[in-house]
Design a protein around this ligand. Structure first.
Ligand SMILES: Cc1cc2nc3c(=O)[nH]c(=O)nc-3n(C[C@H](O)[C@H](O)[C@H](O)COP(=O)(O)O)c2cc1C
Length: 202
């Protein structure tokens, strides 16, 4: 897919102020915890949804996952926010990619040990995850956890993100990813449900 076509799915929503920074759970236990772990091994534990979202699509999917699982949420936000100006964003993002940069994340997760399942969500930038996701993977050792990757894009798959995840976190169990087209994020509840069921997360 050409870049113009790839980028066409971007946007629609804007990134506003978020409740980011702390894990903000629903207070509700994950329904998965009530499951029989013998039949639902992937769901046997407390879950955190960690995601980056520049223009809101990935946040929309993250919120749907939270609604359906009761998992806590942590929004990965850059310490230096990206510009709302699209051309400037492209410029900065491309430079970060060229430099293999690790843009700092604004806040930290203090209780990662509490979680057995991590939903890791990202937009796809140039067929892969933005550098800030690599910062996250450098900052946190997910060894021993189950990671459920999800991505939103204009059509590109999550494959290269999952490859990168596999390389950077060799000691995690990685479930099949969920890809959602950014423009359909708000309508993805059924796809999310099917994905959660397929992965025995609900
Ligand atoms: C810098 C940049 C690069 C992108 N590269 C791709 C791409 O390679 N393939 C694709 O399908 N979409 C691409 N997109 C579109 C986004 O992946 C898509 O709009 C996504 O849903 C945005 O998620 P967000 O709203 O959570 O930030 C790109 C968007 C941006 C801003």
């Amino acid at each position: 897919m050409g870049l113009i076509a790839a980028l066409a799915g971007c946007g629609g929503t804007t990134s506003g102020p978020s409740a980011t920074g702390t894990t903000s759970g629903s207070g509700k236990e994950s329904s998965s915890r009530q499951s029989d772990s013998a039949t639902r091994p992937a769901a046997d534990g407390k879950a955190l949804i960690a995601y980056f979202s520049q223009t809101g699509n990935t946040k929309t999917v993250a919120d749907i996952i939270a609604q359906q699982t009761g998992a806590d949420e942590f929004r990965i936000e850059p310490a230096t926010p990206y510009s709302d100006d699209y051309d400037t964003l492209l410029e900065v993002a491309q430079q970060e990619k060229q430099d293999d940069a690790r843009p700092a994340i604004a806040d930290t997760i203090d209780n990662l040990d509490d979680y057995d399942v991590i939903y890791l969500g990202t937009p796809i930038w140039w067929y892969e995850e933005p550098m800030i996701i690599r910062t996250f993977l450098d900052d946190y050792d997910l060894a021993g956890k189950t990671v459920a990757p999800f991505c939103t894009s204009g059509g590109s798959s999550c494959d290269r993100f999952v490859d990168s995840l596999t390389e950077r976190e060799p000691d995690v169990t990685i479930l099949d990813p969920l890809q959602v087209n950014g423009s359909s994020a708000a309508d993805s509840a059924d796809d999310v449900t099917a994905w959660l069921r397929d992965n025995r997360l609900i």
